[in-house]
Design a protein around this ligand. Structure first.
Ligand code: ATP
Ligand code: MG
Ligand code: MG
Ligand code: MG
Length: 560
């Protein structure tokens, strides 16, 4: 590509609306242009970077056996009503009508759509595992669009959805995505960390966020200085509780209580004495925080659950432990916080097998426990952890940092398959809901995060892997025939080697060309100046101040 032909309207001034470096640089380096609040058009350089990130994502997804499809962004309301999320999304969803008054939305995410695509096709456990993904435009009417494409209202997301017949299968699908995500963000040149996340509005049983460490990040991440514990602040909730330790608790440990409640009794219990139940929620035994959990199928009133999920902390660890301890599907499990009494009313709790008490640790769970007889306690309010709190895993010192969420992997479980009746026949011939996971990466947010971590006062410093061009060849004096001729030769040769190369053939001063090359962040600059008379050119890396002089012939090996 010739810079003289390149559509690259760089800006000298820092745009006033851009508060952070990546936003400023994406506008100044002509990667994109603003169209409306939180809406951007991508220009040639920016689009090349987007496509390169997408290609890395595609390669790593395909490597783990995921298959690419492409869905529409224009989505009929029916599927969302089926899952209960038409109302839940609230003002973040762009809603619109067709000429006949049919309701649509512009997809903010695609769980319902993918579930619908597979639900009539997956019939047997033999049709799974399956992982489908797309790289597609999403729409979210964010309350506060800001920082350019870090929080925009239209953005490209890679979203993948896995379908499994067993919980072990889901774990495997999840691990595959975990591996793929680590490779993707590494290849993009990011300094990142996977942190435990709360399962929030999506519902589900386990989730990890991929966080890029950055002071401008809107997310807060809790790290342990001694062990590998890392969680986002919402997942690292803690509580100060009023402990009513029941002396008898120790006695019932590992004891199967003979008069365990029957299903009918429990349902009655929840329906009639929610207050009493709420009071049984949290207490402490042997210095372990202990919580009551309820297990069963449920019908969900989504709106209310969303509100409740904000104040409770569902933890994968617990669901897993309960699953192992009882060998049963876990509908709902976790340390339960405030408002759980309401939660239990909202969940129409069905098929409760037993009540489980336990700490967030293996071996600290008891089944068939009865409130009152076996223990009592009161509910405390959850609060965010501070640096004065200790690591929940090893009691070590914790640090809180800011981060940008670039990716998110999530064990959905059977939430969508149950609501949308996506079932399959298992090995025993029984009909079961498909077990799902979902996995997202923000492509343009990733691009901005790379710039946040890789820039200096002159501009962007692209990692080789996603740079719009790898090399820029700069003839210093355009009137010098030898300089221009050699620069053209180098450009042609690199092109023929399949390397993305620019030649700055504009009739501009060298200083202008160097500034632009630095601003747009091209990793390698080859300058053809006076010394070309002796066959010598300058070779400079964007991320190093040093300039090397070398023979023209040596350039090609160096660039490869
Ligand atoms: P956030 O917490 O920042 O609002 P999210 O948790 O709502 O993000 P997800 O639903 O997990 O986002 O979507 C998957 C990925 O899509 C995110 O990890 C992020 O990289 C990207 N993403 C989400 N919202 C936006 C946005 N408004 N602009 C750009 N990228 C976004
Ligand atoms: Mg969001
Ligand atoms: Mg988030
Ligand atoms: Mg998320």
């Amino acid at each position: 590509m010739r810079v003289s032909n390149l559509f690259m309207p760089t800006l000298r001034e820092v745009p006033s609306e851009a508060e952070i470096s990546s936003h400023q640089l994406m506008l100044r380096a002509a990667l994109m242009k603003k169209l409306a609040s939180g809406v951007y058009n991508f220009l040639p350089l920016g689009l090349r970077v987007l496509r390169k990130i997408e290609e890395i994502v595609r390669e790593e997804m395909n490597r783990e056996g995921a298959q690419e499809i492409l869905c529409s962004a224009l989505l009929p309301s029916e599927l969302w009503k089926e899952s209960g999320r038409w109302e839940v999304f609230g003002p973040e969803m762009f809603k619109l009508y067709d000429r006949n008054g049919r309701e649509f939305c512009l997809g903010p995410t695609h769980e319902e759509i993918f579930t619908d695509i597979v639900r009539n096709e997956i019939k047997s456990y033999k049709d799974m595992p399956l992982n489908l993904y797309q790289i597609q435009t999403k729409y979210r009417d964010e309350r506060r669009p800001r920082f350019g494409v870090i929080r925009s209202r239209e953005f490209i997301m890679k979203d993948a959805y896995s379908f499994d017949a067993t919980w072990e299968g889901l774990d495997e699908s999840f691990d595959k995505m975990y591996r793929a995500y680590n490779r993707i963000f590494k290849r993009c040149g990011l300094d990142f960390k996977a942190v435990e996340a709360d399962t929030g509005a999506m519902g589900g049983t386990g989730s990890l966020e991929f966080m890029v460490k950055s002071d401008i990040g809107e997310a807060e991440i809790v790290f342990c200085d001694s062990c590998d514990y890392a969680a986002n602040i919402e997942a690292a909730l803690t509580f100060d509780i009023d402990v009513h330790k029941n002396e008898e608790f120790k006695d019932i440990e590992k004891v199967e209580t003979p008069d365990a409640r029957t299903i009918e009794e429990l349902i009655k219990f929840f329906n009639t004495t929610p207050d009493k139940f709420a009071k049984t929620l949290i207490y402490k035994a042997d210095d372990k925080v202990v919580a009551v959990m309820v297990r069963g199928d449920r019908d969900v009133n989504e709106t209310k659950v969303i509100n409740h999920l904000k104040c409770i902390n569902l933890e994968m660890a617990d669901a897993e432990i309960v699953k192992k301890a009882t060998g049963a599907e876990v509908g709902f499990a976790g340390p339960i916080g405030i408002e759980v009494d309401e939660l239990l009313i909202d969940y129409e709790v069905k098929n409760i097998v037993n009540m489980i008490v336990g700490a967030n640790d293996t071996g600290y769970h008891l089944i068939n426990v009865n409130y009152g007889r076996d223990f009592t306690g009161t509910v405390g309010d959850f609060r965010n952890v501070t640096e004065n709190d200790k690591c929940p895993r090893c009691e070590g010192k914790i640090t809180i940092n800011k981060g940008i969420e670039v990716g998110h992997i999530f064990k959905l479980g059977t939430k969508y398959s149950e609501m949308m009746k996506a079932t399959f026949i298992d090995e025993k011939g029984e009909e079961k809901p498909i077990i799902m996971g979902c996995y997202g990466i923000g492509i343009n947010r990733t691009m901005a995060a790379v710039i946040e971590q890789n820039h200096d006062e002159k501009g962007i410093i692209w990692p080789m892997s996603i740079a719009p061009f790898k090399v820029i060849v700069v003839p210093v004096v355009m009137k010098d025939e030898l300089q221009v001729k050699t620069a053209e030769e180098i450009y042609e040769k690199l092109n023929s080697m399949g390397i993305d190369v620019l030649i700055d053939d504009r009739d501009e001063r060298a200083g202008v060309k160097f500034n632009d090359a630095d601003l747009i962040g091209i990793p390698i600059r080859i300058t053809v100046g006076k010394k070309i008379k002796d066959g010598i050119v300058e070779f400079k890396l964007r991320n190093s101040p040093d300039t090397l002089e070398m023979k023209v012939e040596d350039v090609y090996n160096k660039v490869k």
